[in-house]
Design a protein around this ligand. Structure first.
Ligand SMILES: O=C(O)C(=O)C[C@]1(C(=O)O)C=C[C@@H](O)C=C1
Length: 385
């Protein structure tokens, strides 16, 4: 009772509340003008930075610098939650890059795939996203200059490497400029309203595998049909009322489908690591990871010799993967991720030793360790902090 009484006494009477609202809105109007004035000034600076970079033939996207800007500002996040500040700055950077040079970002389409949402979540809405039919199209668009950047899935925390992406690095001279980790969650979407009416379930083979147990338990009679992508699955389902697609929850809005079941992945901690590819990259400090590939002479101890170089120089290897060389059967190329910037002076002798031991060494990119983003969030269902 006492609480209720307190609540009542705390609410100002209507005329008083209206007056206070008026004052607060006046303040918001004033602050908005100042924010826009500052954003305009920021845009002018960015345009000039862009002119300097273009004059020097430098790349526009500088993920290290963006991370530094963000980290400096996050210290000051106060009433504004960190997640909101990050979202606002994602769009400020996106606009800033676009002002310097409109950015085309190639991704595995169509619109609505996880690659598409990863791109938007990381690079913002001011970029032009160009869908490609396959991963090869993404690499080709970047290497021919049709797109300045590309977004490519590299590995999944449950299912391992996307072999095709690694293989494409062998065919195209693109580099890794940045990485990001995306939480993936799957949903069943269809034109109907009940799972019981669904006879066929379409999706990309990866999501079908990631939801296999749930599907067996909850839709035992549905036939599973692999298709090119989650978004292609959603497009099909638009014309098939007795079918459903598995994919991102926002495919529902894009294709006018109902969400029949949410979070249907067998293991909830499902993450995909994407990389942003481009031509060249950012130089200088602040890069804390390197991806590289190498090939070895066919003799005992060749691989352990390279691993020994890493160990002696204090280089922490995060990942080692071998793939067929393709140009020569039963020969392999090794892909490695290490936790340092191998192009820094202090690693020059380690690299020189590696080159002595390997047939070829190619640095695919030195870049900042990527953020973890929840691209699965349904914006509509996104509650307060
Ligand atoms: O510092 C730069 O190089 C800029 O181009 C500016 C800026 C920014 O808006 O802060 C824009 C794009 C880069 O990716 C990094 C930062």
């Amino acid at each position: 009772m006492a609480d209720q009484k307190d609540d009542v006494t705390r609410i100002p009477a209507k005329p008083e509340a209206d007056e206070r609202l008026g004052v607060l809105r006046g303040e918001i109007d004033e602050l908005d003008l100042r924010i826009v004035e500052l954003l305009n000034r920021r845009a002018s600076c960015s345009l000039e930075v862009g002119r300097i970079k273009r004059g020097a033939g430098d790349c526009i996207f500088k993920p290290v610098r963006e991370r530094q800007v963000m980290e400096r500002l996050l210290v000051h996040a106060d009433s504004l939650p960190e997640r909101h500040l990050r979202a606002i700055y994602r769009e400020i950077f996106s606009s800033s890059r676009h002002l310097q040079r409109p950015q085309q970002v190639a991704y595995l389409g169509p619109e609505g795939t996880f690659s598409y949402f990863a791109g938007i979540e990381f690079l913002g809405h001011s970029a032009d996203y160009i869908p490609q039919n396959d991963l090869e199209g993404v690499f080709r668009a970047v290497s021919t200059g049709e797109a300045e950047l590309g977004i490519v899935p590299l590995e999944n925390s449950l299912h391992g490497t996307v072999g095709q992406s690694l293989d494409l690095f062998l065919r195209f001279g693109v580099s890794i400029q940045s990485e990001l980790f995306c939480k993936i969650s799957h949903n069943v979407l269809g034109m109907g309203t009940s799972l019981a009416d669904v006879r066929r379930v379409y999706s990309h083979p990866q999501p079908l595998a990631q939801c296999a147990r749930w599907l067996r338990a909850n839709m035992p009679n549905a036939v599973l049909v692999p298709v090119e992508s989650t978004a292609a699955a959603a497009a099909r389902v638009q014309n098939e009322p007795d079918a459903a697609a598995i994919g991102h929850v926002r495919l529902g809005d894009i294709f006018g489908l109902n969400v029949l079941a949410r979070g249907v992945e067998d293991l909830p901690d499902n993450w995909t690591r994407f990389v942003v590819i481009g031509i060249g990259g950012e130089s200088g400090g602040g890069r804390d990871k390197t991806s590289l590939l190498f090939t070895l002479p066919d003799k005992p101890g060749a691989l352990s010799g390279v691993l020994d170089v890493f160990a002696r120089h204090g280089v922490n290897m995060k990942k080692l993967e071998s793939r067929p060389m393709r140009s020569e059967k039963w020969k392999y190329v090794f892909f490695v991720d290490v936790e340092c910037d191998l192009e820094r002076g202090e690693y020059a002798s380690a690299l020189a030793e590696m080159r002595e031991r390997c047939h070829t060494v190619r640095i695919l990119g030195c870049y900042p360790a990527g953020p973890s983003l929840d691209v699965s969030a349904d914006l509509g269902a996104d509650g307060p902090e």
